[in-house]
Design a protein around this ligand. Structure first.
Ligand SMILES: *[C@@H]1O[C@H](CO)[C@@H](O)[C@H](O)[C@H]1NC(C)=O
Length: 391
């Protein structure tokens, strides 16, 4: 009899052990005091849940149920004791109504030094409109916080998230390796300042897939030190389009290499596919860039390389950019330009662009052939290319 009981207990123990290994331990922010009323500050509750999840030796889930959770700026810091943390959000995270509360924090929801973190679902509402108005009024205002930032992290997934009205950039990937951003929606007013959709810098192996980005600044911006970036099936507009750069602001700067942008639709944007660098000395570069299968509707500058960026004409001695741009392919780019010059390569006098390839490009302006303009640009064109290539 005693023998059977201990056997049953042993089996029970084994079942419990295996199930706790298979399913992640779950930490519901509500259990730590978070309130879904949109007015109670839930920052501490979220941090408590994070401390538990990060300290867990087995995979962990932080669960945010439906409702509105008011959060001040939060830092979810690693390293953690496991490398599989899922932040599952069914509700909305709400920034404080007074923009000053987080306006100088740099980031609102921020992860640093983490590995294997997935943020899934949910809405982040940065409530940035009052800060944009402040900036527009010429008053002295804080620079604003990024809605969601990852720094110095790896194996990150951001999936099915909605980012609304960020004070500044919406999502920033900085110093990261192996990041997948998919099914994301970004929305802010077309005239909101500096509200870039997704900004990537000093990062490798980043994919941005199946997303819809409408905002006041760049749809996706790619900063120095980005390698092996893949962007596919993204809709941009309103906003400033996809931009590699600004590059070459610093004298000593890592380059951008291996970027593929494919199947992107631009609607009413300022630019389509842009590479931009400061007109000043730099060790930076952009090479092996592939733009494929883009569709443009009423885009002001559908294809543009601008190496003479120098706001207020300050600190750009001689205006020549040190950034070397090479091996850039434009393949199957079609649609309408909102200005006469649909293709513009304005490259550096000291470092001309090389290896530019145009293949099957068809851009029209008011139902007519548009114009192309080249300065210090060298390359080839194949297939039908309209406007006629100036390379
Ligand atoms: C860029 O891609 C090439 C070809 O696939 C590869 O050899 C090279 O290592 C990549 N560069 C970086 C920095 O990963």
């Amino acid at each position: 009899m005693a023998c059977t009981t201990s056997f049953v207990l042993l089996v029970l123990l084994l079942v419990l052990l295996t199930s706790s290994l298979a399913t992640a331990v779950q930490f519901n922010v509500v259990s730590y005091g978070a309130k879904s009323d949109g007015t109670t500050d839930s920052t501490k509750a979220f941090l408590k849940a994070w401390t538990q999840a990060c300290g867990s030796t087995s995979p962990a889930t932080i669960y945010v149920p439906t409702g509105r959770f008011l959060l001040r700026n939060v830092k979810f810091m690693g390293p953690c004791r496991n490398n599989a943390i899922l932040v599952k959000i069914d509700g909305t995270l709400l920034a404080p109504s007074d923009f000053r509360a987080i306006g100088n924090a740099g980031n609102w929801v921020f992860f640093k030094d983490v590995a294997g973190v997935t943020v899934s679902g949910g809405t982040l509402d940065g409530r940035g409109a009052n800060l944009w108005a402040c900036k527009g009024s010429g008053k002295n205002c804080p620079s604003g916080a990024t809605n969601l930032g990852f720094t110095n992290s790896r194996n990150i997934v951001i999936d099915g998230l909605t980012s609304l009205n960020s004070q500044m950039f919406h999502i920033v990937i900085n110093g990261c390796h192996n990041v997948k951003v998919q099914g994301v929606r970004v929305s802010a007013s077309g005239n909101s300042p500096n509200t870039d959709g997704i900004h990537v810098q000093v990062s490798s192996s980043v994919a941005i897939l199946n997303s819809n980005i409408g905002t006041g600044d760049d749809c996706v911006s790619v900063g120095p030190g980005t390698t092996n970036l893949w962007i596919e099936n993204v809709v941009c507009g309103p906003g400033h389009g996809i931009s590699i750069g600004s590059l070459g602001k610093e004298l000593d700067e890592p380059g951008v290499e291996n970027v593929t942008v494919r199947m992107v639709t631009f609607v009413g944007t300022e630019n389509g596919l842009r590479i931009k660098s400061w007109g000043r000395p730099s060790s930076g570069f952009a090479r092996n860039i592939h733009f494929q299968h883009a569709s443009m509707t009423n885009v002001k500058n559908p294809i543009v390389i601008d190496q003479n960026y120098c706001p207020n004409n300050k600190n750009c001695p001689g205006q020549a950019s040190g950034v070397k741009i090479s091996d850039v392919t434009y393949e199957d780019i079609h649609g309408t330009s909102a200005t006469e010059v649909a293709v513009k390569f304005d490259c550096s006098r000291s470092n001309p662009c090389t290896g530019i390839k145009l293949e099957d490009v068809k851009l029209t302006y008011k139902n007519q052939a548009a114009d192309a303009s080249c300065t210090n640009a060298d390359g080839t064109s194949t297939g039908l290319v309209q406007p006629t290539s100036c390379l």
